[in-house]
Design a protein around this ligand. Sequence first.
Ligand code: ATP
Length: 144
Amino acid sequence: ARRSDGGGIVVIGLGRFGCHLAASLTRMDREVLAVDRNPAQVQRFSDKIDRVVQADSTEEGALRQLGVASFARAVVAIGASVEASVLTVLALVELGVPQIWARATSQKHAKILSSVGAHHVIFPEAETGDRVAHLIVSRLLDFV
Ligand code: ATP
């Protein structure tokens, strides 16, 4: 059974990063509400994620209608469009979502996300690159 105790997470943007995040949270038995404006992406993940809906997340009213305001956490996984990511964070702030995570693609993007009210800023590509570098170096040491 999915949790209904406030453990639900809204995932916005089902690109390569967002779809893995949403699938992983689903496997961890979390209630996931996934949002993407592209109907093809929504269709693609409809049987892998509990609730996948088509909406433009920059529209505060659309998010409100979906019940996003009742979630304790949201992750903005949009990467390429800085404007869409910033406006989405702004909409989540307006809705009063208590814990907003947002993906940044540059330091400037990160600064804007923080200044509009994102609580956690993440850099998936940079973080994975760092992790893999450490993994490779530690494996190299294993064989010295
Ligand atoms: P990834 O690296 O995770 O694949 P990307 O940077 O290549 O991401 P983006 O353009 O950031 O791709 O889009 C990620 C997803 O976010 C796409 O599926 C896109 O449809 C969705 N998306 C972009 N803008 C909005 C929006 N305003 N509302 C809802 N979904 C959006």
